[in-house]
Design a protein around this ligand. Sequence first.
Ligand code: SF4
Length: 278
Amino acid sequence: MEVLVAEKCGFCHGVRNAISMAEQTLAKEPMVYSLGPIIHNRDVVLRLARAGLRTVESVDEIDSGTVLIRSHGAAPAEIARLREKGLTIVDATCVLVKRVQHIAEELQQQGYKVVIIGDENHPEVKAVVGCAGDVVVVAGVQDLGRLPKAGKLGIVCQTTDSPEHFGEMLAAIVKRGFDELRVINTLCREAMRRQESAVELCKKVDVMFVLGGLESANTRKLAVLCGHFNPHTHHLENWAGVEPHMLAGKGIAGVTAGASTPDWIIEDFVQHLRDFAG
Ligand code: SF4
């Protein structure tokens, strides 16, 4: 089968940095925990677990050792609790995620009602809410009823949102007639570049595969965007997810991958596709 791979796909610098910090810490320390999965990719989490990384969901589960803060960050209250327990903290929060946290804090101090456009259940958004306190989270226009009726809003977005969705949300908020809106563009360029090349590629192929963790926000966004342009788009974790009907009658396949998908998953997938005789 002919296979085309998106020009920009796979690991971003934030994820690479978090994994390399985890590996370096595991080489030095006997007991290393990650507060939540280090990245949203099961294959990577399993590989690091085999190297000794223990993933826990709550600070309550850790009494000693070193704790890695993942690329999505953690709320200041959680970090304070880790410090109170005397644990060593290794902070692998992506600098761009840190930037959103600082901006949200500053907006709140300047008297704005902070609004984040994103998924309230995503760890990045939860950490931002933890930084700025009284934050309104809106995922789509259906959530705009959560906004106050008046006043001044300070608006940011989840780093992995798309410019199209961010723009649509801003337009809908503007129509609500607030006196003052302060909008800070917190989109991640790495995520945007992956979106642009995925959309470009999916228009040229018979079937499009988007590889990455099913929980990964940036991978999910890629799959949604590609789905708009190519109805034969599939979001899969790896080759094991392929079903025969996905390839039946298809000549050219496109492959892209989220920012938390390692090269070995992409290479293995592409090789299997190339070997597929149809
Ligand atoms: S996608 Fe962007 S914001 Fe998220 S970890 Fe990677 S570089 Fe950081």
